[in-house]
Design a binder for this molecule. Structure first.
Ligand code: HXC
Length: 537
């Protein structure tokens, strides 16, 4: 470290005391040369990157890591100090995020377009091996033209090595990818295999084949941004989990998410001091007024979430994608949790293919990293229609079930309003594996909504009424009202133990907190010796 600091300062280690002909001249010359090389490289990087509205790789590391905490590995690896080449196109090392260690690699676009050759691949793999060994998260800062064309298939091989390590680390240490420049070709699968992808509105792109190849192959003309920019991947493809307004915002999001996650699956998430305030009781009372009496009227489930979490804080994942579901991180009494909720404000909170995958992937993330899952239910069910059936709602909707049924973290579910049919079962029901289930008095739990149910079970009565000239609409309305009053509620679920208690909305935070305390020691149980399940994909 003394040598590294001396290099940064452009001074040989122990320079002050060693001035004068002491026989250390060759060493000092080499260190000074290396320091100069490093400064020139950063000057060059600044010129090239700033001209494109981007930070340099080192400036990004400064934004990501606690001040002065970066410890670089292999600074000059792949360089030629006498030949004036500072090093490889990737910077690797360790640093602290809110005081906790992370491994990080940052591709340096100012060096051969950040492209990945043998040296870069080996540096990244070495860092990943160390991170897995040390059980710390891995953050990748991507800004690269992809496989180094001059190195041919040797460069491609390095991607294979990185893919393999990313899979090895998956579910063991958190992995976050910040895409702050191009990420093209098969290289996109490096971030794709990680837990979270963060992009920016400008200068960030991901595509398997770029606009030129698309034009040649299909004749389609499309810009880089429309093909694979941050906005497209955050709103349409779901590839990105957060869209940063700029690099600083994107990096800040990565820091925030890391604050909720443990360093590895062997660790518990960090905990934070939390003191109950009088405002909390006032906030709890607000819960009683959020869900409208009219069950066809939407409301914002974020209002419910903010009344339940510490300081009303909630960090969304996939905020702009599949908005009929909401997922994200929060704390309850200082303990990080994952929250999954239907969003009645968007398509009544329906489960479509995208919402299903959004929920499933988030539950898997929470389960891998020991975060309890709190589920807030208000959904009319899986989305009907040919478009969804043909998009694979059977296969993709199954992922929600697979995620909940296999999760072994504490799971607490609150039915706020509608929980119809399959959605009642898949959204963290007790039958599927949740530990504690509650219902608000406004709960409507049934196989079908009242109108749908009446149309089926009273079809003959309605038909007969029509044939005998009676008022069919009046009869249907009466039957619907009867069904609603007698069946569409939480009674049967309470009587069969599928719901543990009916709670007033204002008791929700306390009920969740108490359940979390009860479930704190929940152990993971391995029931069979199989290699792994065959998840629907
Ligand atoms: C070697 C590369 C390079 C690459 C860029 N450079 N990409 N050198 N291999 N893959 C170099 C350029 O020659 C240039 O060098 C410098 O980096 C900056 O590049 P520019 O083109 O000037 O930058 P820009 O205009 O911003 O364009 C960025 C870009 C473009 C869109 C990324 O460079 C590009 O299209 N690159 C090639 C992308 C690509 O097809 N990669 C292979 C993907 S396949 P000088 O010396 O002039 O400054 C792949 C397979 C992975 O990655 C397989 C995994 C299974």
């Amino acid at each position: 470290a003394a040598v590294r600091k001396a290099i940064d300062a452009g001074q040989p280690a122990g320079a002050a005391g060693a001035a004068g002909g002491d026989g250390h001249q060759p060493i000092r010359t080499a260190v000074v040369r290396a320091a100069q090389l490093a400064r020139d490289a950063e000057d060059n990087a600044r010129n090239r990157q700033h001209a494109k509205g981007k930070n340099t790789a080192r400036e990004r590391l400064d934004l990501l890591l606690d001040t002065g905490s970066f410890e670089e590995i292999g600074r000059f690896r792949g360089g030629n100090i006498n030949g004036g080449k500072a090093g490889a196109a990737v910077i690797t090392g360790f640093g602290l995020v809110y005081g906790r260690k992370v491994a990080v690699y940052a591709q340096d676009f100012s060096v051969r377009g950040g492209s990945l050759g043998r040296e870069e691949g080996e540096k990244i793999c070495h860092l990943m091996d160390m991170a897995i060994n040390l059980k710390v998260p891995i953050v990748a800062i991507v800004d690269s033209g992809g496989a180094r064309i001059q190195e041919g298939v040797a460069a491609l091989t390095q991607y294979g090595h990185i893919f393999r390590r990313t899979c090895e680390a998956s579910g063991f240490v958190p992995q976050i990818s910040l895409i702050l420049g191009p990420c093209a070709g098969g290289a996109v699968y490096c971030p794709a295999l990680t837990d979270l992808i963060v992009m920016t509105r400008e200068n960030s792109s991901m595509f398997v084949t770029g606009p030129d190849v698309v034009k040649t192959a299909t004749g389609e003309t499309i810009s880089m941004n429309d093909l694979g920019g941050g906005k497209v991947h955050s709103t349409r493809s779901g590839v990105a989990h957060y869209l940063g307004e700029d690099e600083a915002d994107a990096i800040d999001y990565a820091r925030t998410v890391l604050a909720y996650l443990p360093s590895s699956s062997d660790d518990e998430p960090p905990t934070y001091a939390y003191a109950v305030t009088r405002a909390e009781r006032e906030t709890a009372k607000r819960l009683a007024t959020i869900v409208p009496d009219n069950d066809r009227q939407p409301y914002d489930v974020l209002d419910v979430i903010r009344c339940i979490t510490d300081y009303g804080e909630f960090v969304q994942v996939h905020e702009l994608f599949a908005a009929s579901a909401v997922v994200g991180f929060a704390c309850i009494e200082g303990h990080p949790v994952g929250i999954v909720a239907n969003q009645p404000n968007v398509l009544a909170g329906i489960l479509d293919v995208d919402a299903s995958e959004k929920i499933a992937r988030f539950v898997r993330l929470c389960d891998a990293f020991n975060l309890p899952v709190i589920t807030l239910v208000d959904t009319p069910g899986y989305k009907p229609g040919a478009e969804q059936e043909h998009a694979g709602i059977i296969r993709r909707g199954a992922k929600v079930i697979y995620a909940y049924a296999n999760a072994q973290v504490p799971m607490i579910t609150v039915v706020l309003r509608k929980a119809f049919g399959g959605a009642y079962i898949v959204m963290g029901s007790k039958a599927i594996g949740a530990d504690m289930n509650f219902a608000w008095p406004s709960s409507q739990i049934a196989v079908l909504g009242a109108t749908g149910a009446v149309n089926i079970i009273h079809r003959k009565d309605l038909q007969k009424a029509k044939e005998t000239g009676r008022d069919v609409d009046e009869l249907r309305a009466r039957l619907v009202a009867d069904y609603q009053a007698s069946t569409v509620n939480a009674n049967l679920s309470l009587e069969t133990g599928q719901i543990d208690a009916m709670i007033d909305p204002e008791q929700t935070r306390e009920a969740i907190a108490e359940s979390l305390r009860t479930l704190a020691g929940k152990r993971r149980v391995r029931r069979t010796d199989k290699h792994h399940g065959n998840q629907p994909l």
